[in-house]
Design a protein around this ligand. Structure first.
Ligand SMILES: [Zn+2]
Length: 267
């Protein structure tokens, strides 16, 4: 299975979970299936034939550069990627934002500049594309029989409730703020936009700020999955792990200057 058309039956419809699993001998679960389907851009759906064309990135522009696999990969991704207009329109409407496409490009770019961790990038990618498995989504996908928040069990577990509005989450963020102030003398203040999208206006100095927020989101989601309340101890442990990995990589790559620039007072 290499192409979008491999997911389609002879009528151009996406195979259901059972048929797809059987056809390709897959071992994923229904959750993986729905994540895959949700990640398909709307304008692809129903356009089987046009998607069969060969991807042809403009390699001429790359001739003067040294060819590395990353250069070619980036050119290929650029050739097939498209701006997720439906998703950003939903976010703008849902949060009452008026962010233009340039701001959204920075938000999506921020996903890759904030952290080198594949785990954190995957989490943030799902949040931005609104495909994270909140209880509301699990309920829509018929995987669980309710859509209530895993922590308070009173409100619908949407992305905004889970990561910002829930009282249990607010209590957790208050502990993170106290930790940031007591340990590093950082006044960590953030809006719902900062929590969901990061401090995307700043490419360097703001990264330790973003790392604390995304490590907080990681903690919230892992604790939701583990059916326990968000834990400040787990947050501190994970933040130190992410920092330790980046320090080792910076030492190996002789890039400590960038490491200290990024982590600032947390380094
Ligand atoms: Zn809640």
């Amino acid at each position: 299975m290499n192409y979008y058309k491999d997911l389609l039956d002879t009528n151009g419809k996406i195979y259901n979970f059972d048929t797809l699993s059987h056809k390709y001998g897959l071992h994923g679960n229904v959750l993986h299936y729905h994540s895959l389907v949700a990640a398909i851009p709307l304008h692809w759906k129903g356009k089987k034939k046009t998607l069969e064309k060969t991807v042809s990135p403009n390699f001429d522009k790359l001739k003067c550069k040294t060819f590395k696999s990353r250069t070619i990969y980036t050119a290929l991704i650029k050739a097939v990627s498209s701006f997720p207009e439906n998703t950003v329109a939903k976010w703008n409407e849902y949060l009452g934002l008026d962010l233009d496409n340039e701001a959204w490009q920075s938000i999506f770019q921020n996903l890759y500049t904030t952290s080198m961790s594949a785990q954190l990038r995957a989490l943030q990618y799902k949040i931005l594309h609104r495909t994270l498995a909140t209880n509301r989504m699990l309920h829509i996908w018929n995987i669980i029989d309710h859509e209530l928040c895993s922590f308070c069990m009173t409100e619908t577990e949407t992305l905004t409730h889970l990561f910002y509005h829930c009282n249990f989450t607010k209590n957790f963020w208050a502990k993170v703020k106290s930790y940031a102030y007591d340990e590093f003398h950082i006044d960590l203040e953030f809006s719902i936009k900062d929590v969901l999208f990061g401090n995307y206006d700043d490419n360097t100095e703001g990264k330790y700020y973003d790392m604390m927020i995304i490590a907080g989101k990681w903690t919230i989601f892992q604790c939701k999955v583990a059916c326990c309340n968000p834990s400040i101890e787990y947050f501190i442990k994970k933040l130190n792990e992410f920092k330790g990995i980046e320090l080792k990589l910076a030492e190996q790559n002789n890039n400590l200057f960038q490491y200290y620039l990024k982590w600032g007072p947390l380094a």
